[in-house]
Every structure is written in structure tokens, then in C-alpha cells.
Design a protein around this ligand. Structure first.
Ligand SMILES: Cc1ncc(COP(=O)(O)O)c(C=O)c1O
Length: 411
């Protein structure tokens, strides 16, 4: 299994849509084959269409506010001693998370496809809020599927989705989290694929959804490359790009431009959700060497029991609370290009506390998992090393959880 140079990773799949012949694919019911084929053809055409790319870039600049800041965290660096810590503050956009990119791109595609409404799944509510906001901008109707448990713990985002006129459908099956929301959204699409455009909230699902989401989120690493060259004159050596991994879209978006670099120059570290330090459940399939399974139309490593049934997961952070992961990350793991570890709920809370106390940024619980890894690594490295964290979400959505766990919350 090898990564090719000069070709984006999203395009390195075989004719069955599988990366490394093993991950991904498009395992869907017969009724979805034609809509998926149509979307695949449309996306292939739009990617080469200069007017579409112009439109995307116009809105990246004038809607997202690209580029998002790239800053050195001086206080945190001095406090820890050792490697320099930097952040790409992706949360500094109107959608306060990286979900803004794919939401925007999907709405532009839906318009070109002549669809009147968009549907999606959401866990942390960031995907739902961002799609609701983009749909409103482009005059599309929007329906969002959200597990009841997430609906209750991410109320501020529910209010935002409703403010933008979206219909929020609570899902009461299974664990009432992201995994059930994705299943319900896909079921709805099977019955309504003629009129609705489906948006999958991460680089998961049937092959075409992995590709569109990854393509949209790659804006993060395109910006970072320019910012690195401006700051250091080149892409520096001894750089580690650290990102949390739920489905894996922010990590893919943060890494995509750097995947073909030598791993001694640019190391890619993914941080999954390890759950509570006292609990048995987690949401870290890559760290725990979970077996291959099929979930939501794709083959990937999934947390499952000995009969192959998808297991329950647990994480304080709704955005990472998912039993599987993108086929892109399974491929990156098996090729050895990226390495994966996990952080517990308690680690993430401590990292949130330290970063938001010392710096003028306030990461949500998802990127706080990545900050934990950076904070642990920094003192062991010298000041020539660069640890760059994708601060892909703002803590505001987690205010109630943080307050209940730490006794206070300041944005
Ligand atoms: C702020 C934030 N970060 C990270 C994630 C995890 O998703 P992904 O791994 O696709 O980036 C989510 C998902 O909802 C999120 O809202």
C-alpha cells in the first residue's frame, strides 16, 4: 500500500472507490446508485469548471473570510519550554468551525444540481449550524438530523440552526448520537433523493461524499502552506501537524497539501477521543486497532463487538463521538504516513483550561484533544521543532459542558 505523489489523496482510489483496495467504496441500496452516479459526474465536471472554482474562491474569501489566522502561541510555548506551539485558528470564521467549507461547497453543488433543499447529519451541531447558515444564504431549505443526546448537550447550536430556518429532526434510535443521525439522514435520502441533496458532515460515507468533503476542507492546508512560506520562507523542517479526528474531515483538510512531504519533515498526528479516563468506552478506532467493518456505505476501521455489531462509543465531545473513521485516515494509518493517538475527556478539559487561560483563543472540546497532545509533546522537543494545532472549533458551543465540569466558562 503506497501513497502516490502529485495526486490528491481523495483521488487515489480504485475503480470501486476504495483506497489501497481496502477502504471506502460505495455500499448503498439500489435506489441510491443513480443519484450517487449523477452527483459523482457533476462533481467531476464542476472541479474542472473555472466559473465554479471562481465562485468557490469568491465565497471562501467573502463568506468564510479566508484565510483564517495562523498564530504563534507565545505564552503557551514559554510556559511549556521546548517546541514552539502554533495554531491555525480555523474557528475564526462565521461558522466557528471547519464545517463551513463543505457546507458552502455542497450548497453551491446543490444549486448547480437544481435541488431545492439540503439535508445533513450533525453531532456537535457545527455541521448543522453551518449548513443551515449556508442554505439560508443560497435560498435552499434545510433539514438536519441530530441524535437526541447531542440535541440536549449542544443546545446553543440547535438554537442557531433554528435561527437560520432549518428543521431539526431529533433521532431517538440507538445511542442517540452522531452515528444514529447519519443513519437516519441516509434513510431519509433513500426516499427523497430526487428532490434533496444530501450532505455528509465529514469525510465518511459513500466514496463521493468523502471526496467532496475532503476537497472542500483542503482549503485549510492550502492557506497554511502560504502562511508558512510567508513566516519562514519555506515549509520548515521538524514540523508536526496535530489534529483531532472524529470522522476525519478537519485533519484531512489540514494535512492534504503536506501528505506527500517526507514524514521526517512534516509529521501528521491524529488525536482521537479516548472517552473518560475511568470508563471503558471510547471513540478511537485507529488508536485501538479496531477491525474493518462497513458503516454508512463505506468500509473502514469500526469499533465493533466480536459479532461485528457496531459498539457504543463515549466522548464528552459530540464531534468526536463516532465509532468509525474516514477511509482516508485508515489508508494514512496503514501506509504509516500518519500516526494516531487518543486523549481522554479529562485531558481535553485540562488542555482547554490551559490554552484558554494563557492565550487569546478558546478551542472547543474537539481541538482541545489535539492541544493535549501538543502540550504533552512540547517539553520533550527543542525550540527548532514546530507543533501546529488545528484549532478547528470554538468553545462557545461547549460552554454548558465546560461550566458543569470545571465550574466556570469564559470564552
Ligand atoms: C469543532 C469540531 N471539530 C472536530 C470535529 C470532528 O469532525 P472531523 O473529524 O470530521 O473534523 C467536529 C465534528 O462535529 C467539530 O464540530
Amino acid at each position: 500500500m503506497k501513497i502516490k505523489k502529485g495526486i490528491p489523496l481523495i483521488d487515489q482510489h480504485d475503480k470501486n472507490g476504495m483506497w489501497g483496495g481496502k477502504f471506502g467504496g460505495s455500499f448503498v441500496p439500489e435506489t441510491l446508485k443513480k443519484p450517487i452516479e449523477d452527483l459523482t459526474k457533476l462533481f467531476a465536471k464542476l472541479r474542472k469548471d473555472k466559473s465554479f472554482i471562481g465562485e468557490r474562491d469568491y465565497y471562501f474569501k467573502n463568506y468564510v473570510g479566508a484565510p483564517t489566522p495562523f498564530i504563534r502561541l507565545n505564552n503557551l510555548t514559554d510556559h511549556l519550554g521546548g517546541a514552539q506551539i502554533w495554531a491555525k485558528v480555523v474557528s475564526e470564521n462565521p461558522g466557528t468551525a471547519h464545517k463551513v467549507y463543505a457546507s458552502l461547497v455542497h450548497c453551491l453543488i446543490a444549486k448547480r444540481a437544481g435541488k431545492k433543499y439540503v439535508i445533513t447529519d450533525t453531532g456537535a451541531g457545527m455541521q448543522g449550524f453551518n449548513l443551515a447558515m449556508a442554505a439560508k444564504k443560497f435560498g435552499l431549505k434545510c433539514k438536519i438530523f441530530m441524535g437526541l443526546r447531542d440535541f440536549q448537550r449542544q443546545q446553543s447550536n440547535v438554537r442557531k440552526m433554528k435561527k437560520y430556518g432549518a428543521e431539526v429532526v431529533t433521532v431517538t434510535s440507538g445511542s442517540q448520537t452522531l452515528v444514529d443521525a447519519v443513519s437516519e439522514c441516509m434513510r431519509y435520502w433513500v426516499a427523497n433523493c430526487q428532490s434533496a441533496h444530501m450532505v455528509v458532515g465529514s469525510t465518511v460515507g459513500p466514496n463521493i461524499f468523502v471526496k467532496i468533503c475532503g476537497w472542500a476542507a483542503s482549503q485549510i492546508s492550502r492557506e497554511l502552506k502560504v502562511q508558512l512560506k510567508k513566516e519562514f520562507g519555506r515549509v520548515p523542517n521538524k514540523m508536526k501537524l496535530i489534529n483531532c479526528v472524529g470522522g476525519g474531515s478537519s485533519a484531512y483538510g489540514f494535512w492534504s497539501e503536506f501528505i506527500e512531504y517526507n514524514k521526517k519533515q512534516v509529521q501528521l498526528i491524529g488525536v482521537e477521543a479516548g472517552g473518560s479516563k475511568n470508563g471503558k468506552l471510547h471513540a478511537a478506532p485507529l488508536t485501538n486497532n479496531s477491525k474493518l467493518g462497513i458503516l454508512h456505505g463505506a468500509k473502514a476501521y469500526c469499533i465493533q463487538d466480536s459479532d461485528g455489531q457496531i459498539s457504543e462509543t463515549e466522548s464528552l465531545s459530540s464531534g468526536l463521538d463516532y465509532p468509525s473513521v474516514s477511509p482516508l485516515h485508515c489508508f494514512l494509518k496503514d501506509t504509516g504516513r500518519a500516526s494516531y493517538t487518543s486523549a481522554t475527556d479529562e485531558d481535553a478539559l485540562k488542555a482547554y483550561e490551559l490554552v484558554s487561560r494563557l492565550e487569546n483563543i478558546s478551542p472547543s472540546l474537539e481541538p482541545s484533544h489535539a492541544f493535549h497532545t501538543a502540550i504533552s509533546l512540547a517539553p520533550k522537543l527543542n525550540k527548532d521543532s514546530l507543533l501546529i494545532v488545528n484549532s478547528c472549533g470554538h468553545s462557545r458551543k461547549d460552554a454548558e459542558i465546560i461550566k458543569s465540569r470545571l465550574g466556570y466558562y469564559t470564552a
